[in-house]
Design a protein around this ligand. Sequence first.
Ligand SMILES: Nc1ncnc2c1ncn2[C@@H]1O[C@H](COP(=O)(O)OP(=O)(O)OP(=O)(O)O)[C@@H](O)[C@H]1O
Ligand SMILES: [Mg+2]
Length: 367
Amino acid sequence: MEKKQAILIVDDQIENIELLAAYLYPEDYEIVKAYSGEEAIRTLAQTKIDMILLDVRMSGMDGFAVTAKIRKEESNFHLPIILVTSLKDNKDRIRGIEVGCDGFVTKPVDKMELLARVHSLLKLKAYNDLMGDYRKELELEVGKRNEELRNLAGHLQHVREEERRLVAREIHDELGQVLAALKMDLHWVERNLSQGVTLVTEKIHSIVEIADQTIQMVHRIAAELRPGILDDLGLEAAIEWLGTDFSRKNGIPCTVDFTVPKSIIGTKSSTVLFRIVQEALCNVARHAHASKVSVELWDEDLVLNVRVQDDGIGVTEEQSKSPAAFGLIGVRERVMGMLGEMSITGRPGKGTIFAVRIPFPAEGGWA
Ligand SMILES: Nc1ncnc2c1ncn2[C@@H]1O[C@H](COP(=O)(O)OP(=O)(O)OP(=O)(O)O)[C@@H](O)[C@H]1O
Ligand SMILES: [Mg+2]
């Protein structure tokens, strides 16, 4: 049940308080009473109040001073204050507005007028509270996303360095070694040119073999950095290649079903979709313990769908929502960049479904 809205009535004359309370009684508000300005300030610090009916002329702090003090607190900025006054002078009304009151009720108080003012200001207060709650939720959400992005940026930096280190080692260890062997063989040929054609021809055969291996190695290193097939033959061929490469490396069968029309996918979106499927398959290889995988890309009702399904151990919500799930956070960012959404659901022992839905752009296809 919703909590009743609380109205604080402040007056140094008890009979005035009782009169206002009696007018408001049938309206089902919670009535809180204070018999001086000072007491009103104390009450406000301790109790949640939704509106104040405040007498102007009181001994001690008067209504203007109380209003001014209340408005100094940022949290009370939207708290409605109605001054209840016998002052009819315009100067006093202007002063009331200047210190921050929201309206006046003149003594002797007219019940209908009082109720009308109270209703409308409380309604406004309720809307303001709602907006305040939305704002807080939004701020929390934005804060969380900012932190996620900061962490992701840091992680990507680290991954980039790590990748460079690996590529540098691969080039140094593997390519460096075969090139050194080639150089030695060429020296041998130089020294043994006079030994006769047969011997040298044999050596040259072995040199050509090493050169072939080197070419393959360069292709492999380059393909790992960015598969040329994506640029040369397009997304469908590149996804097929991902599936075949996955099966070859992990010994797990992987089927690919691709039925998206070529016309709607451009170079940029091809790369994004390729990296998404690559991450999903990489996760299957690293975490799923699966015995088979399927990759599907299809379009339906102007939405592009991607699904990578395995029959492995099944991801848990804790794993997929972890702030350290940088792979998945990265995928979600990429998908959001195309105004789509990503989901990953696992069933223990039954496998994981990784799914992405991206609505078609309003005009034509993606870049
Ligand atoms: N197909 C899957 N089957 C089982 N668990 C999975 C699967 N995909 C993801 N997970 C779980 O979700 C976690 C988060 O995945 P995510 O890709 O974000 O991170 P990661 O693969 O551990 O590291 P990286 O940042 O290198 O990708 C994984 O650590 C793993 O526990
Ligand atoms: Mg991963």
